[in-house]
Design a protein around this ligand. Structure first.
Ligand code: FCB
Length: 448
């Protein structure tokens, strides 16, 4: 299949995405405060092979070479996140100027290379000092986040074109507070829903501050992880299960941002676990955004299962489908289905795919990483992006996850997502086959 860059709009954003804890390293350098991921990764049993992000890709020191790599690839945009405790070691009050200066230099370095910064404020590394006061379950954290957004945007707002308040609030709340597999490692449904509510409040409080401190054309949005949900069968029970699971996975996160409040059917299922919502919160949360960032990885297939939690849903693991090293189904058409649905129901002004990518067990062949699976994954999803554009949806950019192999949270370094291979012993970067393919697509303009 041929794919050519010209099929996409000339102003389409082509980027890669990363996050602070996954690549920066320098976890205890230059006055950075501890984050909940420093604590979590150093707690035995939480991370595969007891690995941590202490060093990761050492991007804190090697950032110039990483920016050069992006320039070589031909990317015109870069999505990265700021480490809150690097800037505000206690989460509030005292500013660590060395931390802020790092991002200042990074942004200047990007602009010098004609790469536009898309800045995420929260990609899960909450200052431990705030966790000690209850973290996201404590309403005060929403106000501390607004202070952090204010500090950062006052310093960087003259150069940042796109702000993303939060990355994947589903993971912050559910993986961190219900399933306990991410920091802070709690297992409590009510905490998870309360944490999400405060994350959303913090988003709503930050939006006007980011606008106030930024250049006039700066764009503000949020990034959600969304999954199209499919029924295992056409039975009315399975179709009803899809609706319930969609409430848990997607609508709970989309509806409040678009002025619909929390979905009533899901609210009813949660019973007495629902969050405390104060007067005015829902208006604050529904602050008008310029774009929605969507991270798309895979679809979910579900069926009705009596007694399976309050949702009575069981996820089905279909046999005989292609899967990544994570076990995630490769299902490119889900991207189009998902964006069409989001567009129809919520009408975001602009859409970005802020993450899409895959992990496979990369093979070295004659000194090269021959990651054909990853290359095909990108190709198939870019074909879907073309479908989306042909349908007239306002898709404005695509960010590949990820530039570099990096610290994949609870999976440690076992799951590699990069277009660039990283040798974590030597920190040597090597462009993989998928990276070369992407470079050809962006620079030559045509790939097969
Ligand atoms: C997303 C996260 C990102 C990365 C990818 C694989 O959920 O936002 O940090 O871990 O998954």
């Amino acid at each position: 299949m041929t794919l050519s860059r010209e099929q996409f709009p000339a102003d389409f954003r082509w980027g890669s995405a990363t996050s602070s804890y996954q690549i920066e390293g320098a976890a205890f350098t230059d006055g950075k405060g501890k984050s909940i991921w420093d604590t979590f990764s150093h707690t035995p049993g939480n991370i595969k092979n007891a690995e941590t992000g202490d060093v990761a890709c050492d991007h804190y020191h090697l950032w110039e070479q990483d920016l050069d790599l992006m320039q070589d690839l031909g990317l015109n945009s870069y999505r990265f996140s700021i480490s809150w405790p690097r800037v505000l070691p206690e989460g509030q009050g005292r500013i660590n100027s060395k931390g802020l200066d790092f991002y200042d230099r990074l942004i200047d370095g990007l602009l010098q290379r004609n790469i536009d910064p898309f800045v995420t404020l929260y990609h899960w590394d909450l200052p431990q000092a705030l966790q000690d006061q209850g973290g996201w379950v404590n309403r005060d954290t929403a106000h501390h986040f607004a202070e952090y957004a204010d500090v950062v945007s006052q310093k960087l707002g003259d150069r940042v074109s796109h702000w993303i308040t939060h990355n994947e609030p589903f993971c912050t709340s559910m993986l961190g507070h219900l399933f306990g597999v991410h920091a802070p490692g709690l297992r409590d449904q009510k905490f998870a829903l309360q944490a999400l509510h405060h994350v959303y409040l913090s988003h709503g409080l930050a939006v006007p501050l980011l606008r106030k401190n930024s250049k006039p054309d700066a764009q503000v949005g949020i990034t959600l992880s969304l999954h199209p949900v499919y029924p295992f069968s056409d039975s009315p029970e399975d179709l009803a299960a899809v609706r319930r699971h969609d409430g848990f996975r997607n609508r709970w996160f989309l509806d409040p941002l678009y002025g619909k409040g929390y979905p009533w059917d899901t609210w009813a299922l949660y019973g007495d676990q629902v969050p405390d919502v104060q007067e005015g919160d829902l208006q604050t949360i529904a602050a008008k955004m310029d774009f929605l960032g969507v991270n798309y990885y895979y679809r979910e297939v579900v069926k009705h299962q009596t007694g399976a939690g309050v949702f009575e849903v069981e996820e089905v693991h279909l046999p005989d489908v292609k899967r990544t090293h994570f076990g995630w189904e490769v299902f490119p058409e889900g991207l189009t289905t998902l964006l069409e649905r989001v567009h129809a129901e919520y009408r975001p002004e602009k859409l970005y795919i802020t993450e899409n990518g895959s992990t496979f067990q990369d093979e070295w062949v004659n000194g090269k990483v021959l990651d054909t699976d990853r290359q095909q994954f990108f190709a198939a999803h870019l074909q879907e992006c073309l479908q989306v554009l042909q349908k007239g949806l306002p898709l404005k950019g695509y960010f590949a996850w990820s530039l570099l192999d990096n610290f994949e949270w609870a999976e440690g370094f076992d799951k590699r997502f990069g277009m660039v291979h990283v040798d974590f012993e030597t920190q040597k970067r090597t462009l993989k086959h998928s990276g070369e393919w992407f470079m050809d697509f962006l620079r030559v303009g045509v790939v097969h």
